[in-house]
Design a protein around this ligand. Sequence first.
Ligand code: COA
Length: 538
Amino acid sequence: MEAIQTAIDTTSEDYKANRAAMEKLVEKLKAELKKAREERSDKARKRNAELGKLTVQERLDLLLDKNTPWLEIAPLAARGMYDGGVHGAGSRVGIGVIHGRECVVMANDPMIKGGTIYPMGVKKSLRMQTICMENRLPAVTLVDSGGAFLPLQSEIFPDADDGGRIFYNQAWMSKMNIPQLTAVMGLCTAGGAYIPAMSDHVVHVTGTGAIFLGGPPLVRAATGEEVTAEELGGAMVHCQESGVSDYFAEDDRHALQILRDIVETLPRQRKAVIPTRAPKPPLYDPKEIYGIVPRRISQPYDVRELIARLVDGSEFLEFKTLYGPTLVCGWAYIHGYQVGILGNNGVLFSNSALKATQFIQLCDRQGIPLLFLQNIAGYIIGREYERGGITKDGHKMVNAVATSTVPKFTVIVGASFGAGNYGMCGRAYSPRFLWMWPNAQIGVMGGEQAADVLVSVKNDQLVREGQPPLQKDFAEAIRQPIIDNTLKEGDAWYSTANLWDDGILDPATTRDVLGLAIAASLNAPLEGRVQGHGTFRM
Ligand code: COA
């Protein structure tokens, strides 16, 4: 494969200004991540220490193999929601290595409102389980939670994708033969009691861990009975009498060691095989991406410049270079794994959609994972293009993306608007993982366009009523709130708070994250998957 030759001038003023702007965003990202990991009240820290518990970070450090990567999922979930302090939606989730085996680990943080589960916490648990199921990864849960965050119980409990779904998924994961290990390191109350109960292996810490359907406050209120948490559902009760728990642990450290021992005994599974070769770094420094990505999201640039900084040796075998040039497709390797890449170089036309469809079919047949680099304003609109069948051709691309069964990975590197989000494998198209860059924006359309549409609709209405069109200042009064709101609810921070993605990435680390994610995805077999697509409208 030939290496991409860069056309970037790293001494230009534009490059330097772009770089400074992205560096600022990356600094903000690092600060936000640190805050999410570390900002806890003194009161909560003191209480945790009094109870003889380790912090979540200490628990993770003891559970995971030393000097192995940790791919954290949605660390900024619930950012800015609730009272602003429910960092990571109250839990840490990630893919880590235990005895050489990739596992998905989830840990409630008891230092955030007693580890209680907020609506976003439920969403994060469900995301964790989806990752386990799609990638066939064992689930290791460190439970330490006061259960549902009661003031918001109506948003947590009744609906299909609320709390009950967590236990439904646990039953299915068990049926799918996905190992589930739980350490009871604090409370597992009410519905939360089912997290250990529905696991294959339950480790229970004496003194702090307790499992019960109704905790001491509820028992007191309901029956007047005075009982301690330990008497009601402690390790002795459940390891010796009820049989709910399997392994008695003296303290947190002991429990984590037992979890490691259990993972060691799990049967090893063969990973799916995709084409690989010896990994090598890109020819160009991935940090140069900072200077390549324009400050203005609508400014076009060549996505090959990103590919050159993400793939091994910057080598890229481009497919149909001259046809449908607004979408760049081709093969490359990332950390030694072969991938088929689709990257936007402008609006999607019929020919670019057809090219994507063919390329996705090829990768799906050959068992090659797909990487989508999303920077898309949408599919082309207008009379000429409707007559040319843009909807028909866009549909083929959307159909192929939806039904391809190789692992898919999406990075939103800029814009993610309209049906372009669907065709380029947005969240609803089940990429195994989806990340945003800090400059990215997402929505049905950009704020300016949405505002123009609404002003135009209003003017049509006025014309129908025989009135003059809106005066400039009235039009502005409609436009500005739409623009402001679209910006606020369409940026990467809002997206990641709402768990529309798996996290915001520093562009310079994207290549490494992709390498880890591809490796993790290969735990699910590729053989035997259903191939082929639906009916393509011709
Ligand atoms: N819903 C809402 N808030 C809750 C809560 C719940 N279920 N459980 C605890 N909290 C809050 C507390 O009010 C406290 O808030 P504050 O810091 O603003 O004062 C914070 O979480 C920490 O609780 P606290 O009791 O001070 O800490 P602790 O470490 O001594 O105990 C628990 C933590 C979870 C063991 C204890 O709070 C408890 O037993 N909670 C009730 C559990 C329960 O019965 N849940 C049923 C829901 S399914």
